[in-house]
Design a protein around this ligand. Structure first.
Ligand code: SF4
Ligand code: SF4
Length: 102
């Protein structure tokens, strides 16, 4: 019975250093955002990339991060093989840390 309620750790697609490496490799083409079904307002790639790894998170980027449902539609259009879904997961982690004051 207790097995039913056992909490499994959430697995992230990429480590923090890997996400930073991918963001540094991003050429800013915007193809990932064009393919995203969850993006409801304009956000530039530069802003998204920056706020994914450092500094404060703007309300628009926070809304996008919360809306991302990890569908993966942003991955295959990337011409340099990056994983926007993993970057978005790190943004979600940053938001949770902010909410918890970490
Ligand atoms: S994983 Fe998130 S960012 Fe990527 S296409 Fe899906 S909703 Fe958009
Ligand atoms: S598709 Fe890839 S290279 Fe283009 S902006 Fe998105 S992550 Fe960067």
């Amino acid at each position: 019975m207790s097995k039913l309620f056992k909490q499994e750790p959430v697995l992230l697609h990429k480590t923090g250093p890997q996400v930073i490496q991918e963001i540094n490799a991003c050429i800013g083409c915007n193809e990932c955002l064009l393919a995203c079904p969850a993006l409801a307002e304009p956000i530039t790639i530069d802003r998204l990339n920056h706020e994914t790894i450092a500094g404060s998170i703007s309300p628009a980027v926070a809304r996008f991060a919360r809306t991302c449902y990890q569908c993966g539609a942003c991955v295959s259009p990337c011409p340099v093989g990056l994983h926007r879904d993993a970057m978005m997961m790190w943004l979600k982690v940053r938001l949770i840390r902010d909410d918890w004051g970490g």
